[in-house]
Design a binder for this molecule. Sequence first.
Ligand code: AMP
Length: 418
Amino acid sequence: MFQAPRGTQDILPEDAAYWLFVERTARDWAARYGYGEIRTPTFEETGLFLRGVGDSTDIVEKEMYTFQDKGGGELTLRPEGTAPIVRAYIEHGMASRPQPVRLFSFVNCFRYDRPQRGRYREFHQWDCEAIGEIDPLVDAELIILLWRVYQALGLRDLTLQLNSIGDARCRPAYLERLREYYRPLVATVCPDCRRRYETNPLRLLDCKNAACQAAIAGAPRLLDYLCAECAEHFAALRAYLADADLPVEINPRLVRGLDYYTKTVFEVWPAEAGAQSALGGGGRYDGLVEQLGGRPTPAIGFATGIERIILNLKAQSIEPPLLPGPRVYVAHLGDRPRREAMRLADALRQQGVPTLVAVGGRSMRAQLRHANALGAPWVVVIGEDELARGVVQVKNMRGGESVELAPQAAVERLAAGG
Ligand code: AMP
């Protein structure tokens, strides 16, 4: 027996209502903020992620699905959505469009991670990116968009974790200070942190290992080392977010798993758990476009996991709008009635009415039971007798009564709601 590969999931029809609810809400709000949809390939040249995500990140070090295709190309299933979108921005000369270019995408992502609740090897993100503008107003709008979508979905008890991690001007001095601070502590921290101390010291701050928490608590804060430009940017952003009534928590320990971030970083956390269960997050990446071969271009983006949103909707007992089931079930007995059933069903569907025709050779009783099990509120019954008289029976499964109508009249009546 085959099973879905570890860390992947089938999304069954009963879950589709959740997926559509999230996707429709996200699309609706993206349009209100002027974001247009982009779709990029599922795989890219491996080099894009080495360059774009950073080679000392967990993603690049341990998690990428990388393979060689039959032509010898080095390819990787996308582990995230930003680098491909930036690649497309550069490739299609979007710098010559009105800036910022605001883009969203629904992407499936692949990371070879340890599967657990809310953490999968294939998962789905809603990604938004605003490329080509440094104004903190853009940061604020992007974050507010994400927040409004969570609100529109009905999610409660979320917090917005916000930090600034500076830029190429102020961060190097801070990292020096951080290394100095950690020098006498290196022997006490976990093996991962010993490595981070050498390769990616900022990531020391978001280690989850209990042994490292004391060191983190005493570490110098990047917020105290921001240059004037980064500090002003951060202050302006905070003011916009306060005006929008977002419950912001400044979190000086918040750094993100990807190397490309500058200035603004943020995550949205559910009430009960920490960063391991972040619903979404993102930040500014003013260096990435240039790093991928474009002209220096500021940008900001976020990604939010669809599976995690749905887990939280379910945990908070939020029901998505019901998807329409069949409205009409056409029951029939005999060869000619079966053909009339097909004709009538086709007419109903052309009028927009979701309709099923009984299949196989079931008895009329079995057909009515079937209609009931499928939850169809209306059944049309066609037998030889009805056919001979030029009528069909239209039966209301909720109220029980039935009426006889000419087929065309039945179609009109059912198309008008029954
Ligand atoms: P990241 O690109 O790591 O910042 O992730 C952005 C969002 O994607 C997270 O906040 C999660 O909602 C979701 N996410 C990241 N990794 C996974 C995963 N392995 N499984 C499910 N969702 C994930």
